[in-house]
Design a protein around this ligand. Structure first.
Ligand SMILES: N[C@@H](CCC(=O)N[C@@H](CS)C(=O)NCC(=O)O)C(=O)O
Length: 249
């Protein structure tokens, strides 16, 4: 599986941050050249069709991807967000050097993938194939459980990870790719659940500190200010439905 000097190609839904944003953040922080393929005009091979084609396994040989985000590096086709971020992190100095720590970084990225899945399932507790409006009662119950049981558990966990590492990053003194994915999780949670997030994060000051620290990394700051950063909206993973962020908890 040769890699190439050509820019990476990222295939992800062009209208949302979604899980693709984790890969975008690692690419941006690394200063790695990439093409966000589906954001190209249709006539240049972009648009939703680019993602659909990629999902059909038309990008190359070997293991076909199940779902986006999908990253290609030359003829290597990769899927699974945590896997893509690990690949990029290890290639671009955004991963620990020691093998054991590399696996532990991978565990953090996978735990964050769990959090993304749970945050998504709050507004789609029955099925992703139904509209939110068709599952609002179940979503209200799921949201209450998420706010009361899961949100704080995840945030406290990452606070503990930072405390154990000595901080300020999740793995200690050096920023690594899980920091960028955690940043995206914090961005998304504060967008989707502003009240519940504010309450849950109040006792974990290391997290807003890490979020600020990531946001002020020069390449990330430039990215966030650019039109490459798609605003949050109600089509993505993190959606703000005020009724799912009750104040009463
Ligand atoms: N575990 C996968 C989940 C991938 C996933 O659910 N992708 C969504 C977009 S964020 C999708 O379009 N899925 C299509 C499908 O599952 O059929 C990851 O972390 O990358």
């Amino acid at each position: 599986m040769a890699t190439s000097d050509a820019p990476y190609r990222l295939y992800y839904w062009p209208m949302i941050q979604g899980r693709g944003e984790c890969a975008r953040l690692v690419l941006e922080d690394a200063g790695a050249p990439y093409v966000d393929v589906a954001r190209l005009p249709d006539e240049q091979g972009g648009g939703v069709n680019a993602v659909v084609t990629a999902m059909q396994g038309n990008l190359g040989k070997g293991v076909p991807p199940f779902a986006p985000p999908i990253l290609t590096d030359g003829d290597l086709v990769l899927s699974q967000t945590a896997n893509i971020c690990r690949y990029l992190g290890e290639r671009h100095g955004l991963a620990p050097r020691e093998q054991g720590a590399r696996w532990q970084a991978g565990a953090l990225a996978l735990t964050l993938a769990d959090l993304f899945e749970e945050a998504h399932n709050v507004h789609h507790p029955i099925s992703g194939s139904l509209y939110y409006e068709d599952q609002t009662d179940a979503a209200a119950r799921a949201a209450e459980c998420f706010r009361k049981e899961r949100l704080g558990r995840f945030l406290d966990y990452f606070g503990r990870v930072i405390a154990v590492s000595g901080g300020p990053w999740v793995l200690g003194a050096q920023a690594t790719y899980p920091d960028l994915v955690l940043f995206q999780a914090l961005e998304g949670l504060s967008y989707a659940f502003p009240r519940a997030y504010a309450k849950a994060v109040a006792g974990v000051p290391a997290l807003p500190a890490l979020r600020d620290r990531v946001a002020s990394r020069p390449r990330i700051a430039a990215y966030l200010a650019s039109d490459r950063r798609i605003p949050f909206n109600e089509m993505g993973i993190f959606r703000h439905y005020p009724e799912l962020d009750a104040a009463a908890d």
